[in-house]
Write a protein that binds this ligand. Structure first.
Ligand code: DON
Length: 310
């Protein structure tokens, strides 16, 4: 049985995973995120491009945060090619927290180890084509509209502003990268674009549809057209496996075994190659910044539907 044929079981699994929310905490280092409701969990599944099963309140909106790193990476690879992107950011997991600065200094050259940590994502965002912040953000939003089929998606100004005003660690990372010629241009413009990109607002159904395109080798089923070139869809799925859950990626690969990317808003986007896209929202986070109930839910889904790619 596929997940979509089993909607009642999905609802039960969401109920079970909800029990874990009291053990997590909402992110509060971005002040606007501290107002999220920690006791909620929702799930949407897409097995063909549209969502075919949901559980919980999937109309709730949340910001992409680090999930956006996957999308900007795809766009930067389409803009600059593999050589351009990987001359400024590496391909190796770090084993460190997502906002860590330490390996920038201890590694030479000091290019960030991968595009999923904040330092690497800042470098990737700096490579998006466009002459102004608005133009680059507009291109990113258009890309997300194509992936989801939802042209009303935009960014949450309050969340973007709240992060921009408090992003001193990310600012430090960006200045460090500029000093070492990994990025060029104005750091404040980069921070503005990065915080707006992280504040792009979706619901679980949008996330599931985006995840499905990535799972389906970059092809949008409605139009039967590649939105992401095949080799780029493969690269981003591989980063989701090796670095998508930060310093929990190894344990996640063993327990769940699917390409996935989390964000500190509590979203998780999982792409099961050739099978399904999953969107989850559960804002109570574990100590590594991943949705605590969302991780449990993915573990149950993987066991019941034999989703592991390994
Ligand atoms: O840069 C930041 O810290 C946030 N905008 C995104 C971090 C994040 O989502 C990490 N994910 N678990």
């Amino acid at each position: 049985m596929t997940m979509c044929q089993d909607n009642e079981a999905l609802k039960l699994m969401v109920q079970e995973a909800l029990q874990y929310t009291p053990y997590g905490k909402v992110a509060d280092y971005i002040p606007a995120l501290s107002r999220e409701n920690p006791g909620t969990l929702s799930l949407a599944v897409s097995e063909s491009g549209t969502t075919c099963a949901t559980a919980g309140d999937t109309s709730e909106m949340f910001t992409l945060q680090s999930i956006s790193k996957v999308i900007t990476l795809a766009l930067a690879l389409m803009d600059q090619g593999e050589e351009g992107v990987f001359s400024r950011v590496g391909m190796e997991p770090t084993g460190d927290p997502f906002n860590s600065i330490i390996k920038l200094e201890t590694h030479s050259p000091s290019k960030p180890l991968n595009p999923m940590i904040n330092a690497g994502a800042l470098a990737v965002t700096s490579m998006l084509q466009g002459s102004t912040v608005d133009e680059k953000l507009g291109r990113l939003l258009t890309f997300i509209h194509e992936l989801t089929g939802n042209t009303s998606i935009t960014y949450n100004e309050e969340v973007a502003r709240s992060e921009y005003d408090t992003a001193d660690l990310n600012r430090s990372l960006a200045f460090f990268l500029k000093q070492h010629q990994v990025i060029e241009g104005d750091v404040e413009n980069l921070l503005e674009l990065y915080t707006k990109q992280c504040a792009i607002e979706v619901n679980c159904q949008d996330l599931a549809k985006m995840a499905y395109v990535i799972a389906n080798r970059g092809i949008h089923t409605a139009s039967d057209r590649p939105v992401i070139p095949l080799h780029i869809a493969r690269i981003i799925k591989t980063f989701m496996v090796t670095c998508g859950m930060y310093n929990a990626s190894g344990e996640f690969a063993i327990k769940v075994g699917v390409p996935a990317k989390s964000g500190v808003s509590g979203g998780i986007m999982a792409s099961i190659p050739h099978k399904a896209g999953i969107g989850i929202y559960g804002p109570a986070l574990d100590e590594k910044g991943n949705s605590i109930a969302g991780m449990k839910l993915l573990e149950s889904l993987s066991q019941r539907y034999d989703l592991s790619i390994f």
